[in-house]
Design a protein around this ligand. Structure first.
Ligand SMILES: [Zn+2]
Ligand SMILES: [Zn+2]
Length: 165
């Protein structure tokens, strides 16, 4: 998504609203998972504050990621804030500001960066996901498996090894 800011670039005090879609296309690898994100909706405002272009926006997107406990693909959504400053020329006092190339802002990279920085580290299909049985691998959310509790107790496993080896 390319934002044309030529209208406010030369007039301090001016601002403009914008909204649009940032397309990412490919799957991205985040937090050891493949995360499928196709599009991020971005909505916000750019202001010319004494020659510095300040962008404040909100990004929203849906994605799917495997549950950390049971591995089931889970649909989630995320809303995040996007803030960035832009200057026409490099400025020592504004080292965090991005130097503009021409009179447009390409929102793709900053949106992608902020979106993934805000992805949660933990992903559960539901708060009380029961996960997989350590013994047989069954998804315990669907139904209890045949394994008895003592059969997958790790302490019991090591004991059994001592006896039968
Ligand atoms: Zn789960
Ligand atoms: Zn089991």
């Amino acid at each position: 998504m390319i934002l044309d800011i030529s209208r406010i670039l030369k007039s301090p005090g001016d601002s403009m609203d914008f909204n649009g879609l940032v397309s990412l296309g490919d799957d991205v690898f985040v937090n050891e998972h493949i995360v499928n994100v196709s599009e991020i909706t971005v909505e916000g405002k750019v202001k010319n504050i004494s020659g510095v272009i300040v962008l404040e926006a909100t990004g929203k997107f849906s994605y799917s990621v495997p549950c950390d406990r049971c591995g089931e693909q889970t649909d989630r959504s995320l809303v995040f804030d996007l803030t960035e400053s832009f200057v026409k020329q490099a400025d020592e006092s504004l080292q965090d500001a991005v130097v503009l190339e021409g009179d447009t802002i390409d929102l793709r990279d900053i949106t992608e960066r902020e979106a993934f920085a805000n992805l949660p580290l933990k992903n559960l299909c539901r708060e009380d996901c029961k996960g997989l049985c350590l013994k047989c691998g069954a998804n315990l959310n669907n139904s209890p498996c045949e394994c008895k509790d003592d059969e997958w107790n790790p302490q019991f496993e090591s004991l059994k090894g001592l006896i039968f080896d």
